[in-house]
Design a protein around this ligand. Structure first.
Ligand code: CO
Length: 459
């Protein structure tokens, strides 16, 4: 049996360990070698990389993608897309979602992994549809979490819906690293037999379960696993590519990776890693194992947010109460998975409940969630709470994007003279202020260049 690998160093490992601060100059030199490694795909775009390029790296994310494509013509390039939220946290109208997918594929993306934090399939259908129309592969990703309503049966239903939409593969996306080996075995087996599409496993080493989880997933017949070159593996990142390849080969599985090339790739990233340690961007904490997500059922990142909130309020001694309140708030909200932005929403509300009384203050995000702006809650929402928060206001029952006006052409007209192409317009729609600053900086740089050229001519 063959196991395929998706290398994540350019996207998820970069995002999880060094806050997505990897500029293209630091990895451009290895792309040609990576192209020969034998990866099933390289996850290199989407997620937080887009925002980070514009906000921190002064890089055009679209140009980054084109450069990667040019240097890796033989490898499938993959991106992560948050369904109707694209790469941010608010919902965009359908015309923007379609245009974004179209330009992503046109600039070099081959596989789009599409998910919705609530597993509300209405929030991924437009992105999936457009991905297929553009000739790329749509991979439907199930947001994995544990709760009384997140059952095997439920996940299989999500998988079946994704298949009906035209997804070519089903990915299990365990963003908090909480999926245990037995759960992986059961879920992969169920998806393989009942959905009948190739299954991809995405997990994180955060809680220390990942290697065992991957192994049991492989035993259950998983087709693709996500991993990171060893230097950028472990901790909050993925398990190591070389280690998994070594162990799986020993167990008799077919692995198409070239060990020499993998070594070259890893050797290249060692000094890069060292630079980020030196600058303090890479924190020791990100590399250790944190089992809090298993005992408290809150992901590691959420726990540190809770701690800093309590610290600000001078109430660190109330942590145990907040940790007891957190699952109650989650239950009241119908068990949303504790990922961004739901983890912040639940955490802030639990803290407020403990410090100021139960639902005395209700955040505006919680209100929007109860109104149905994020989609359908996975389980039953506490009706009393809903009534109290919404009053006479009617919740939205349709897909939230159906309430949004088309925005692409209008924004394009507004940006006449500023945006150079449709990609610029999309960057602006996704992150207006950040994109504006980026455009200004780019113009300044170009004006300097022009001046320099003129002076040279006069010489
Ligand atoms: Co991830």
């Amino acid at each position: 049996m063959k196991v395929n690998f998706t290398e994540t160093v350019l996207r998820d490992a970069n995002q999880s360990l060094i806050a997505t601060r990897l500029p293209i100059e630091k990895f451009e030199g290895i792309l040609g070698t990576m192209d020969k490694a034998g990866y099933y795909s390289v996850e290199c775009w989407g997620g937080a990389t887009f925002d980070s390029c514009l906000r921190f790296l002064n890089e055009d994310p679209w140009e980054r993608l084109r450069k990667i494509k040019a240097a890796m013509p033989n490898t499938k390039l993959q991106m992560l897309l948050r369904g109707q939220n694209l790469l941010g946290y608010k919902h965009y109208p359908d015309d923007v979602v379609r245009k974004f997918v179209e330009r992503s594929v046109a600039n070099g993306i081959d596989i789009i992994r599409i998910f919705d934090a609530l597993n509300d399939m209405r929030n991924i259908e437009v992105a999936v549809d457009e991905t297929i129309k553009q000739g790329a592969m749509a991979s439907g990703a199930i947001s994995y979490t544990t709760s009384p309503v997140h059952t095997l049966k439920n996940f299989v239903e999500v998988g079946k819906t994704m298949k009906k939409m035209g997804c070519a593969t089903i990915c299990i996306k365990d963003m908090a690293g909480v999926m245990g080996p037995q759960e992986a075995y059961d879920l992969v087996s169920a998806l393989k037999s009942e959905v009948g599409l190739p299954v991809v496993l995405h997990t994180h080493c955060t809680t220390g379960l990942a290697y065992m989880t991957v192994l049991k997933a492989v035993e259950a017949g998983v087709d693709v696993v996500d991993s990171a070159t060893s230097t950028f593996s472990g901790g909050t990142s993925q398990p190591a590519t070389e280690t998994l390849a070594y162990a799986l080969r020993q167990l008799g599985y077919e692995v198409d990776l070239d060990a020499d090339v993998l070594k070259q790739v890893n050797d290249f990233f060692k000094p890069v890693f060292a630079d980020f340690v030196k600058s303090g961007t890479l924190k020791a904490k990100s590399l250790s194992t944190d089992t809090n997500a298993l005992s408290y059922k809150v992901p590691g990142g959420m726990l540190s947010n809770l701690l800093s909130q309590l610290e600000q309020q001078n109430a660190l001694d109330r942590l145990e109460e907040v940790l007891t309140e957190t699952p109650k708030v989650r239950e009241d909200l119908g068990y949303p998975p504790l990922v961004t932005p739901m983890s912040q929403m639940v955490g802030v509300q639990a803290t407020s409940n403990v410090l100021y009384g139960k639902y005395v203050n209700v955040g505006k995000e919680v209100k929007a969630y109860l109104r149905g702006e994020y989609g359908r809650a996975p389980g039953k929402v506490n009706e009393e709470l809903k009534k109290k928060v919404l009053g006479d206001e009617e919740p939205i029952t349709c897909r939230f994007a159906d309430t949004l006006e088309p925005a692409f052409e209008k924004t394009k007209a507004q940006l006449a003279g500023v945006a150079k192409n449709d990609e610029d317009v999309l960057s602006y729609i996704a992150f207006p202020q950040v994109a504006e600053r980026f455009f200004d900086a780019r113009r300044e740089k170009e004006e300097k260049k022009v001046k320099y050229t003129i002076e040279k001519v006069e010489d």
